[in-house]
Write a protein that binds this ligand. Structure first.
Ligand code: PEP
Ligand code: MG
Length: 312
């Protein structure tokens, strides 16, 4: 085999000692979904529904949403798919929802905050998601973006259950939610860590600004310490913690996340084989040692070096 050959990967996530980790795809379109299946994704850990409507000028009807979502879900019939409700605002503004001019859109009324201000839009989306789940045969869960408190999580869970969704979770991507992991986890079925926004908010460093990219590095120990808090709470409460930010697509960091308690990793389809192969080369114990080392490291460079040594 050439040096550029893709590493071997069986199509499921396992460590050498048989610890199971679901390897999932991040998708935003039917094309992404097909690419995910082709790459061997076991399901979808993040369906960014706002990607379907980045150029929409008005709210799509329930019927139109149902068709659009079913198209993305269909390739994953019989498999798990986590559908995220509209994460409108900041880097992903939607013309029909983000109508106010805000001085700091990343800190404004976005994500779930917008759903709380326009609950009708959320309810119609949930209705369309539930219908698309039936149409497609995918095993659908829903989750809310940009949740900061357990009260917000509970509000969303009520809404989603009323729409008939079986499993309801939230993203942990605001530091306050990570710091309240126990309270948040006790009102939801699962959480999914959004390391892109979690890094942005914990370092006060805009994810769209190249000049602060070093702070947004997911190897930063301060970020990993927040992930560790959520992982401990998830383990204690027996609820699944997934990771769907860019961190999950880095093979060595993926092992660290598993060591911190992640039971699923969701990423761009293209990253799956490398992450799957890396995971298949280490034991859960090595992942846990690597995780402890990364969390204790003095900086991001030291974290990388120490983890490389721990994983062998
Ligand atoms: C994240 O914030 O890490 C995430 C997965 O969501 P998005 O990149 O869509 O904000
Ligand atoms: Mg996010």
């Amino acid at each position: 085999a050439s040096a550029e050959a893709e590493p071997t990967w069986s199509g499921e996530g396992w460590t050498t000692d048989g610890h199971r980790v679901k390897l999932l795809a991040n998708v935003g379109s039917a094309e992404d979904a097909r690419a995910g299946v082709a790459a061997g994704a076991e399901g979808v850990g993040l369906f960014r529904t706002e990607f379907c409507y980045l150029s929409a000028t008005e709210e799509p009807s329930v019927a139109a949403q149902r068709v659009a979502y079913a198209e993305v879900l269909a390739p994953f019939a019989g498999r798990p798919v986590v559908v995220r409700t509209l994460d409108a605002g900041a880097d992903k503004p939607l013309a029909f929802l983000n109508t106010e001019v805000e001085p700091n859109p990343a800190l404004g009324v976005r994500g779930l905050r917008l759903s709380m201000a326009a609950a009708g839009v959320l309810d119609r989306q949930l209705e369309a998601i539930a219908a698309a789940a039936e149409d497609s045969g995918a095993d659908v869960s829903v989750m809310a973006p940009m949740v900061a408190t357990a009260e917000e999580a509970a509000w969303f869970v009520d809404r989603a259950r009323a729409a008939g969704v079986a499993r309801v979770g939230v993203m942990v991507e605001v530091p306050a939610a990570a710091l309240s992991a126990r309270e948040v986890l006790s009102v939801v079925d699962f959480v999914s860590l959004g390391t892109n926004d979690l890094a942005q908010y914990v370092f006060a460093a805009d994810r769209q600004v190249g000049g602060v990219a070093e702070l947004n590095d997911p190897w930063q120990p301060a970020l990993l310490r927040l992930v560790a808090l959520v992982g401990e709470a998830a383990t204690e409460l027996g609820k699944p913690m997934g990771v769907c930010g860019e961190a999950a697509a880095d093979p060595a960091l993926a092992c660290v996340l598993v060591g911190l308690g992640a039971s699923s990793l969701s990423m761009n389809a293209a990253a799956l084989p490398r992450v799957g192969a890396r995971l298949a080369s280490v034991s859960l114990d090595q992942c846990q040692v690597a995780a402890r080392t990364a969390v204790a490291a003095s900086d991001r460079v030291a974290a990388r070096t120490a983890v490389r040594a721990a994983l062998g």
